[in-house]
Design a protein around this ligand. Structure first.
Ligand code: C2E
Ligand code: CA
Ligand code: CA
Length: 745
């Protein structure tokens, strides 16, 4: 094998021809012809040729000698053709003499042409050239086929892939439609069996569908309402507007919500909450769902809570909170110049506490309920009655503008309250004190109006109870005065402005002076002598009554001693004791101490208590009263008859004396009833061995009557007015020894 002397680059471009011949001369001839145009390889035997080809150096053409030892050209050709790698190499047989039969064998084994020896150079070159060209075409074609088939193969693969995908998609599609189917079923289930009543409206507001709960809720079957415009088919006119609003909202793409009362097809009323919800497809509202929920129970519960929050549990009428709210509303309307005329009445029951304490709380509750019923009878439908607490009520009278009308109503109420109540078969009498505010314009707040009504009510109480009083600014002034009194009263003690006046108490039979009642006065630097009515209650409210009470006891004892020293007589000194004072822990000790300082016997001190003290603090009072009795002081019940205690009730207390209230004595001459009361009190007291004093005796005939009824003692202007210590000193020596008719001071 040899390579001709050509550059590698040239050789790379040139077709490669393998010359196989066992005769070197032949090789030379062929080489000589081809060397210029081709890359020549040479093999001198068939085996060598096969080795070259199989080593990977595949020639573009083989010139093959037929007659060779060991392996002839046919065999080489057969072998080359039988191998896939070499089968395509064109083979041209080169032979000396060729018979037609040889030629046939050559073509049979795969030869493409024959070149005869002696070789003609141009023919050989032409044949070789055309064979190589043919091969090139063939190669190109096969490459193209290959390429095409590859492409086909590739696209087949792609196709296969696509097909797989398609199958997958089809599978998925199958799945999705199943899922969709399921979802649809779920939603249908949700729609049809939802506990909410649901309707589906089209854009035209016509009902496309409705569920069972909807039919149950409203009583209209699906067929009744479908394709009706909604809410025109809603059975309740009031509801229609509200539903229309939320549907409109939903159609505009928003969610609408409302609560409304509705009427069932059968006629009953119920309440629903409705939620309209837009269904958008591609951003456009296509339909509207309305969900209805029955909220009747919730509403009822809310109403109940509301009622509880604004009503009094005992009487069922409005409570303070509700009243104040309503009153504030009225005041706000008034402020906005909306013409509203109204008045406020504040009612406080007189003596209610007595009933409660003596008959028990249940009786008290019952009484309150009865009072409410009675007051209701006096009012019109649109008047508001409220219980502010305890035995305090308020009324908001609407559409009233005259004092006359209000007076009529207030008068009716006082009258109704004063008429007897029967509780547990027992007759109970109370009364009502009413404060009225009619000029409402100046108020901004309910509280200040109620405060003034309260002030007017206190004036009604102070003026004798069982009546009504209109508020006037004068009351403010007097309230203000109270305030000044309070501040000044604090200083009064230090400045020694308090003094005791003394009113004699005489024995009716002998006309001798038995003793005196010490009555406090306030010598005010500007106001002059202020009577106790104007400051005792303030002193009680503020607690000032304690130092004042202490002072009264000290001063009373001191004066009793001076009296004894002056007259040589031992008289009794009556001292008024207020409840607060009495309830002090060290009250008895202080009293004992003061009495012992005088060295006098305690029996010349008589303490006056009101009935209420005994009624309200029974156990405690009882204990203390016994201590006082053991101490040796005398005990009297003041203002007897105004409270509720009966004489037999008083028996359990260690009482020495009762002082019959002035009001009975006063009315005794005119009223038979009062006379009878005084008479029976005296009879009972005498039988119980209680001494008796008639208070407020102003006439001779009263004194005569009292003597007839065996009343022990008397006190009153007819005998002597309360007098200051200076007057008393002059009064006693003159009058003490001489029993006489009316003693004039
Ligand atoms: P009271 O204990 O019932 O005293 C009798 C009141 O009746 C006295 O009024 C007296 O001046 C008045 N009075 C006496 N006789 C007549 C009469 O014939 N006609 C009229 N119209 N009135 C008569 P006063 O002194 O204004 O006292 C009023 C109340 O003030 C007393 O009523 C008593 O409850 C209270 N008070 C007076 N001094 C004290 C005191 O030192 N301590 C306490 N806690 N209260 C006192
Ligand atoms: Ca008294
Ligand atoms: Ca009295």
């Amino acid at each position: 094998m040899y390579l001709n002397n050509m550059t590698k680059t040239d050789a790379a471009k040139k077709d490669k021809i393998l010359i196989v011949d066992d005769t070197p001369a032949n090789i030379d001839v062929l080489g000589g012809i081809l060397a210029r145009d081709y890359d020549i390889r040479v093999a001198i035997s068939g085996h060598m040729a096969l080795d070259i080809v199989h080593s990977g150096e595949i020639p573009d053409l083989i010139l093959l000698d037929i007659m060779m030892p060991e392996m002839d050209g046919y065999e080489v050709a057969r072998r080359l053709k039988s191998n896939q790698v070499t089968s395509h190499i064109p083979i041209i047989f080169v032979t000396a003499k060729v018979e037609d039969a040889d030629e046939a064998v050559g073509f049979e084994v795969g030869a493409v042409d024959y070149i005869r020896k002696p070789v003609n150079a141009p023919i050989t070159l032409a044949r070789i050239k055309s064979q190589l060209e043919l091969k090139r075409y063939r190669d190109q074609l096969s490459w193209m086929v290959k390429k095409k088939s590859y492409k086909v193969k590739h696209s087949q693969k792609a196709l296969e892939k696509e097909k797989q995908k398609l199958i997958q998609v089809q599978g998925d599609l199958k799945d999705t439609s199943e899922q969709a189917h399921k979802n649809q079923a779920y939603f249908r289930e949700l729609f049809m069996n939802s506990p909410y009543g649901i309707v589906l409206l089209g854009r035209d507001k016509k009902i496309l569908n409705s569920n069972k709960s909807f039919s149950d809720l409203f009583g209209y079957a699906h067929s009744d309402i479908v394709l009706n415009e909604f809410p025109a088919s809603m059975p309740q006119e009031r509801a229609q507007e509200k539903i229309k609003d939320i549907v409109q909202k939903a159609l505009a793409g928003r969610t609408g919500k409302t609560e409304t009362g509705c009427r069932h097809k059968k006629g009953f009323y119920f309440q629903v909450s409705a939620l309209a919800y837009p269904i958008k497809i591609n951003g456009v509202v296509q339909a509207v769902f309305i969900f209805f929920e029955d909220i009747t129970q919730r509403k009822q519960f809310e109403q109940k809570l509301h009622h509880q929050a604004f009503h009094d549990a005992l009487t069922g009428i409005a409570n303070r909170r509700y009243f104040t709210e309503q009153l504030d509303n009225f005041l706000a309307m008034q402020k906005k110049k909306i013409s509203v005329r109204f008045a406020v009445l504040l009612i406080d029951l007189d003596r209610f506490k007595n009933v409660n304490d003596s008959l028990g709380h249940q009786a008290g509750d019952q009484l309150l309920k009865m009072v409410v019923e009675k007051i209701k009878q006096c009012l019109r439908n649109n008047d508001l009655l409220a219980r502010l607490g305890g035995d305090e009520f308020a009324i908001l009278l609407s559409d009233v503008d005259s004092d006359e009308l209000i007076s009529t109503i207030a008068g009716r109420i006082t009258k109704a309250a004063a008429s007897p109540f029967i509780i547990n078969g027992q007759e109970v009498r109370i009364s009502a004190s009413i404060g009225v505010v009619n000029q409402t314009l100046k108020y901004d707040k309910a509280d200040s109006l109620i405060r003034d009504a309260d002030l007017a009510m206190y004036h009604a109480k102070d003026s004798g109870k069982a009546q009504f009083q209109f508020f006037s600014s004068r009351m403010h002034e007097s309230a203000l005065t109270c305030l000044t009194i309070e501040t000044e009263l604090r200083k009064a003690l230090e400045r020694n402005e308090l003094v005791l006046y003394f009113q004699p108490i005489i024995n009716i039979t002998s006309k001798f002076i038995e003793g005196f009642e010490a009555l406090i006065r306030w010598r005010h630097p500007h106001r002059g002598v202020v009577p106790p009515d104007q400051f005792i209650s303030i002193a009680e409210e503020t607690g000032l009554i304690l130092p004042i009470g202490d002072w009264v006891i000290r001063e009373g004892c001191r004066k009793l001693l001076q009296l004894k020293e002056k007259t040589g007589q031992l008289l009794t000194m009556n001292l008024n004791v207020s409840i607060k004072q009495f309830l002090q822990n060290d009250f008895t000790d202080k009293l004992k101490n003061e009495i012992s300082k005088t060295g006098l016997s305690p029996r010349y001190i008589k303490l006056e208590f009101t009935e209420s003290l005994l009624m309200e603090h029974t156990q405690h009072a009882l204990k203390k009263l016994y201590i006082l009795r053991d101490l040796g002081v005398k005990l009297a019940i003041d203002d007897f008859g105004t409270g509720y205690s009966s004489l037999s009730y008083l028996q359990q207390f260690p009482i020495d004396q009762i002082k019959i209230d002035r009001s009975f004595i006063n009315a005794m001459e005119q009223q038979k009833e009062s006379r009878e009361i005084v008479k029976s009190i005296l009879a009972l007291a005498n039988s119980l061995n209680l001494s008796t004093v008639a208070e407020g005796v102003e006439t001779q005939s009263q004194l005569d009557l009292l003597a007839d009824f065996s009343c022990g003692s008397a006190q009153g202007y007819f005998i002597a007015k309360p007098m200051p210590w200076e007057s008393l000193q002059k009064f006693i020596p003159k009058k003490m020894q001489v029993p006489c008719g009316p003693i004039q001071s």
